[in-house]
Design a binder for this molecule. Structure first.
Ligand SMILES: NC(=O)c1ccc[n+]([C@@H]2O[C@H](COP(=O)([O-])OP(=O)(O)OC[C@H]3O[C@@H](n4cnc5c(N)ncnc54)[C@H](OP(=O)(O)O)[C@@H]3O)[C@@H](O)[C@H]2O)c1
Length: 306
């Protein structure tokens, strides 16, 4: 099966590169720029014709969309670009997958929630109530995919980190090593997610899709089409997350203190509680999801050994 990955130079895209090594499928990794030492084909997902030609030329059966506008703060002053990347571009991918009868695996976010006050894990069928432009444009992306009529799996995930690119873990590894004291918010709860674990879950879904294709000899009716929630197991605040980052990296000299969100002026209000309920994905694909601290420990060990 030919699988095209977009945004292959990002956090999740790079984890997909690793996971793909143990697959018998043919992966095509694409992004807007080439990075030295990485095989990448240039594909801008805002360009519908370019997607169409690549999908046809490479006989692509599945697209895994890891590309997005992910800067939550900057999105507030760049709504047009965020909408183009997070809503129109996924629609382009969906239109082409509909044309060729393929599957679109798209990544969305816990930030589609947050506007309504709640303190129980969010389910897939719950109404989206984004608090900012990033969440709103990601919600539009989901709606565009669903309305396109293509076969899709939308995976909402949260608080992604990895060995690659910029992320909270890498920032805190640096700050806890260089600052004597640090304040981190404790009034926003969610679940950190190791992008490698998400990539492995995507690989399971792709195998399931391939089995369906083999059984049905058709691409028209994937029984597991839909929206799913995926994060690591557990719940914590950014403060708890930082405490564990410091502990696992051995940076115990930094005094880490909890604080309220309003102590850090931000252009966007982030969800106070965006824990995802993963019952559906675990049941549908028989997934065993690692606890967040176990995965964090693995990622930090990998970062230390780079
Ligand atoms: N990061 C999080 O905490 C988080 C949380 C929940 C959900 N998610 C979702 O998870 C997915 C993966 O996130 P991530 O953190 O891996 O993202 P990321 O590291 O920001 O990677 C996104 C990649 O997409 C590329 N890209 C930008 N514009 C593009 C275009 N027009 N065409 C093709 N590629 C383009 C980026 O290139 P440049 O860097 O050169 O622009 C980058 O390589 C996204 O859908 C995101 O919304 C992320």
């Amino acid at each position: 099966m030919n699988i095209l990955v977009t945004g292959a130079n990002g956090q999740l895209g790079n984890e997909m590169r690793i996971v793909s090594k143990s697959s018998t499928d043919h992966y095509i990794f694409t992004d807007v720029v080439e990075v030295e030492g990485q095989e990448t084909i240039i594909l801008d997902i805002t360009d519908l014709d370019a997607i169409r030609s690549m999908v046809k030329a490479q006989d692509v059966k599945v697209i895994v969309n890891c590309a997005a506008y992910t800067n939550v703060d900057a999105a507030e002053s760049n709504q047009e670009l965020a909408e183009k990347l997070n809503a129109t571009a996924p629609q382009n991918l969906a239109v082409v997958m509909k044309e060729v009868g393929g599957l679109l695996v798209h990544i969305s976010t816990d930030y589609v929630f947050g506007g309504d006050p709640y303190n129980t894990p969010c389910r897939e069928d719950q109404k989206g109530t984004p608090t900012g432009v990033y969440g709103l444009t990601k919600l539009h992306g989901e709606q565009n995919i669903i309305n396109s009529g293509c076969e899709y799996v939308i995976l909402r995930t949260a608080w992604l980190y990895s060995e690659f690119g910029k992320n909270f873990v890498k920032t805190m590894l640096n700050l806890t090593a260089t600052k004597p004291q640090l304040k981190v918010v404790f009034d926003q709860a969610g679940t950190p997610t190791y992008a490698y674990d998400l990539a492995k879950a995507i690989a399971v879904i792709l195998e399931d899709y391939k089995d369906t294709l083999t059984a049905q000899r058709s691409t028209l009716n994937y029984p597991h089409k839909g929206i799913y929630h995926f994060s690591n197991e557990g719940v914590c605040s950014w403060y708890d997350f930082t405490k564990m980052i410091a502990e696992y990296s051995g940076q115990t000299s930094c005094d880490i203190q909890p604080c309220h969100s309003n102590e850090f002026p931000s252009p966007v209000t982030r969800p106070a509680y965006s824990v995802l309920d993963k019952t559906k994905i675990k049941k549908t694909f028989s997934l065993n999801i690692p606890y967040w601290t176990d995965s964090l420990k693995k990622c930090i060990n990998n970062i230390k050994s780079i």
